[in-house]
Design a protein around this ligand. Structure first.
Ligand SMILES: CC(C)(COP(=O)(O)OP(=O)(O)OC[C@H]1O[C@@H](n2cnc3c(N)ncnc32)[C@H](O)[C@@H]1OP(=O)(O)O)[C@@H](O)C(=O)NCCC(=O)NCCS
Length: 293
């Protein structure tokens, strides 16, 4: 695999699998951003189709990442970053982070420090409590993005989320036709998306983390912040994942200085851990600063 990864990005394109071709046909090629970003997102999709049964890897809709540290971690992260613009290793022990960071930096990658937050049953309890006590603002209704959602609405959600600085995932992921999961949107009375949240099973079924779901993609339009919308959508996503997809853990990566997101995670039962969400970017390929906020 590393030999393949070491070819130049212009010379190497992963062949499209039949599964990807079907997904693309069905959802009119719903990838977002500029052509460069779309190319990277498609490449991540193709890569995931090749690796989705390999327990070393995981996928949260944006990129293929390492499910946990292991042999050749740095080499694999470098290879993944060169293909996709960025890579992440979940559950990386914080005590070893400095060495890993300098190894990645010595390969020319930029490392963004993210805390690795996780919760288990406390997430369900906190979510049920939120849903019991929260009164939805009168003009708001909640929608699940699925196969029947119009492409126009999906792209409005993406635009809203990207304006909040949250990187979107392809339509086939948002619609729940790929990894098992849910993507929820709050709409105002004019039908505009004003907040969203998503959660997806991100590890292969043979992984020791198979029951941990990625939770996040939270974004609330600036004029609707502080009204509990992220809490409500986040809570609904957790309950759905617990009840429908048998998720028993919830993980996310949050930039160390994103205090609002961390406060929200804490409220939802996702707490800081002894792991780091070790993430790196190849700035020659990826336009943004970070895969997650
Ligand atoms: C983070 C974000 C989604 C919160 O959305 P929101 O709808 O305003 O959040 P809520 O009103 O549901 O707030 C829920 C809890 O989050 C925390 N919180 C939200 N905004 C906060 C802020 N500015 N400072 C501190 N805590 C904050 C609080 O604990 C709050 O509960 P409380 O009001 O009972 O104290 C929103 O600020 C946003 O879109 N930020 C930019 C994108 C981002 O960082 N997303 C997270 C990526 S995973």
């Amino acid at each position: 695999m590393l030999a393949l990864f070491s070819k130049s990005r212009d010379a190497f394109e992963i062949p499209r699998s039949e599964e990807v071709a079907t997904i693309e046909q069905k959802f009119q090629n719903e990838y977002f951003g500029d052509p460069e970003r779309i190319l990277l997102a498609k490449r991540s999709t193709n890569l995931w189709m090749l690796l989705k049964d390999d327990r070393r890897f995981a996928f949260q809709g944006r990129i293929v990442l390492l499910s946990e540290p292991g042999e050749d971690m740095v080499e694999i992260m470098v290879a993944l970053a060169k293909l996709q613009g960025g890579s992440v290793c979940n559950y990386f022990p914080k005590i070893h982070a400095q060495k890993a960071i300098s190894d990645l930096e010595s390969q020319g990658l930029g490392v963004v420090e993210h805390d690795h937050l996780r919760g288990t049953k406390a997430c369900l309890d906190a979510s049920l409590k939120t849903l019991e006590t929260f009164a939805l603002p009168e003009d708001i209704s909640i929608t699940v993005i699925d196969e029947t959602t119009s492409p126009q609405f999906v792209s409005e959600v993406v635009e809203m989320s990207e304006k909040c600085g949250v990187m979107s995932v392809p339509g086939w992921v948002m619609r729940g036709t790929g990894p098992k999961g849910v993507f929820l949107v709050a709409q105002n009375s004019a039908g505009e998306p004003v907040a969203c949240a998503g959660s997806f099973m991100c590890h292969p079924e043979n992984s020791s983390h198979a029951k941990d779901a990625f939770w996040g993609m939270l974004a609330t339009r600036s004029d609707r912040r502080g009204q509990g919308l992220a809490c409500l959508l986040g809570a609904k996503a957790i309950v759905h994942m617990w009840e429908v997809h048998d998720a028993r853990g919830f993980i996310t990566g949050v930039s160390a200085d994103n205090l609002s997101s961390k406060a929200l995670c804490k409220k939802m039962g996702l707490l800081n851990s002894d792991w780091q969400y070790l993430s790196c970017i190849d700035h020659t390929i990826f336009g943004g600063d970070s895969i997650t906020k």
